[in-house]
Design a protein around this ligand. Structure first.
Ligand code: KG4
Ligand code: ZN
Length: 342
């Protein structure tokens, strides 16, 4: 009756969140995330400050994750950490800590691709989350990436299309900056959009390939529109903030949905998942749910805590790798650039 308990520690430090999680057989026992508030004052992530904050946070965050999981560190079977992509200084902190801890405990080390982990968050064992069957399409939308990925197995992924310039998270954050909102502006635009009219203003959508994205033109369009509005009325932003946010969000979500429809047409795959920080957006979640009825898709929407950067997704990827018997050597190196299909 007793199934072996495989405890995996996951460590995530690719950007500005220090996170550690403990999973038992794919179930989350703890998932601690320390956000770095310091970057808000600079309107974006400052790499050197991020590395330093990781150094401060990593040991307490890991200690908390083990404590909250209510296990002893000697029960851990392996340590998974983010190998890349991300900011090099941030990645090095997580990798070096993971190496030392795994050597100290005498357990294996598993280097994880952060982009794969965002997608593999769907395989966390959670009664409120359904696991997608293979093959499925995943729209990975974050502060650094925007891509449609065909997933044929846990570690077998192919990018069907991606952004030619800015990521969709940047489109949210840079639009927010134009509006004078704090970084990261994505969640704020989402919040204000709930109170606004999404049809109030129109923005031009980019003309790129069927499965490609581009957001730099949209950003320029929004900047010009705001400059013109403010020139006519200095209180333009304040008076229309909700409508502006709703219209920006509507345009972005429409762009994402148009591309997803194209990908479904091309692949005939109707199991659609979303992943990454921007998948926390309430409008994209709502529109995808509606697509189940309107378009006959089956959609997979992760729980909020597994959308933005977190270590539970790194740990579940580690658990799947552990089951396959795939481990990293102690000589494994961090990689700032790493593709989802590597
Ligand atoms: O995946 P993530 O936490 O970090 C990266 O790997 O980039 O994604 C962060 C991005 C930020 O651009 C943030 O503004 C955006 O996700 N984001 C949102 C929402 N929550 C986070 N964008 C729109 N709506 C949200 N609710
Ligand atoms: Zn991420």
């Amino acid at each position: 009756m007793s199934k072996k308990s495989i405890y995996i520690l996951g460590i995530e430090s690719s950007c500005d969140d220090t996170s550690a999680a403990v999973l038992c057989n794919g179930k989350v026992l703890s998932n601690v995330v320390a956000n770095q508030e310091i970057h808000a004052a600079y309107g974006g992530v400052v790499p050197e400050l991020a590395s330093r904050a990781h150094q401060q946070n990593i040991i307490p965050v890991v200690q908390q994750a083990i404590q909250r999981a209510n296990i002893d560190k000697n029960q851990l079977k392996a340590i998974a950490f983010t190998q890349g992509p991300g900011l090099m200084g941030s990645l090095l902190v997580g990798a070096s800590f993971a190496k030392s801890f795994s050597l100290g405990l005498g357990i294996p080390l598993i280097g994880i691709n952060h982009m794969q982990a965002h997608i593999l968050a769907h395989f966390i064992d959670d009664e409120n989350q359904q696991k997608p069957p293979f093959p499925f399409l995943c729209l990975t939308i974050s502060g650094g990436h925007t891509q449609i990925v065909k997933v044929t197995d846990y570690f077998s992924m192919e990018v069907l299309g991606e952004t030619l310039d800015d990521a969709v998270g940047e489109a949210f954050d840079k639009s927010g900056k134009i509006l004078g909102l704090d970084y990261p502006a994505g969640p704020l635009i989402d919040k204000y959009a709930q109170l606004g009219n999404p049809k109030a203003y129109q923005f031009t959508k980019p003309r790129v390939g069927k499965l490609e994205f581009s957001f730099s033109g949209l950003k320029t369009g929004i900047l010009r529109f705001i400059q013109k509005g403010v020139a006519e009325n200095p209180d333009f932003i304040k008076e229309n903030l909700h409508d502006i946010c709703a219209s920006i969000q509507e345009t972005i979500v429409q762009i994402l949905m148009d591309k997803l429809k194209n990908a479904v047409k091309e692949t005939n795959i109707r199991h659609i998942a979303i992943a990454g920080g921007v998948s926390a957006n309430s409008e994209i979640r709502k529109v995808l749910k509606q697509a189940e009825k309107n378009l006959g898709w089956k959609t997979y929407i992760p729980k909020f805590e597994y959308t933005t950067d977190n270590a539970a997704m790194i740990a579940v990827a580690g658990y799947l790798s552990y089951q396959k018997g795939v481990f990293s050597s102690v000589a494994v190196t961090s990689s700032a650039r790493m593709k989802v299909d590597e």
